[in-house]
Design a protein around this ligand. Structure first.
Ligand code: AMP
Length: 114
């Protein structure tokens, strides 16, 4: 598994608009936002895809979800609602192969996604 642009952001080698950080998770604004709020939550551990996660990552994946939910609550997004998305591999539309959770908010979401 090679390094990715998100690895460079985690190591502060390239800039990003970071909105949250703890020991395990970093969150920053998506460069190409698809909603008024579009934040990416990434585990600092470089897991390439959700398919590459194992039982050993269960706590980390839980932290990723809870970090996004806590951020949404803090930012006043939770009552109106939001969407979280993890794209996996080609048909999922994944383009950056460092696992990440999209948090999208600030507009009505639609289903099914295109
Ligand atoms: P995905 O298609 O699920 O792999 O999502 C990758 C996301 O990363 C896309 O929404 C991109 O707009 C976003 N992205 C790519 N490069 C950067 C960057 N340097 N900083 C912030 N977001 C980025």
């Amino acid at each position: 598994m090679g390094d990715t642009i998100f690895g460079k952001i985690i190591r502060r080698e390239i800039p990003a608009d970071i909105v949250y950080e703890d020991d395990d998770v970093l969150a920053f604004r998506d460069l190409n936002p698809q909603a008024p709020v579009h934040v990416l939550f990434v585990p600092k551990k470089p897991i390439a895809t959700l398919d590459g996660a194992t039982a050993a990552d269960a706590e980390l994946l839980g932290k990723l979800l809870l970090a996004a939910a806590a951020y949404a609550r803090r930012e006043g997004l939770a009552d109106q609602g939001y969407r979280t998305v993890i794209n996996c591999n080609e048909h999922g539309g994944q383009t950056v192969f460092h696992l990440h959770l999209h948090l999208l908010a600030g507009r009505q979401m639609h289903w099914p996604p295109g």
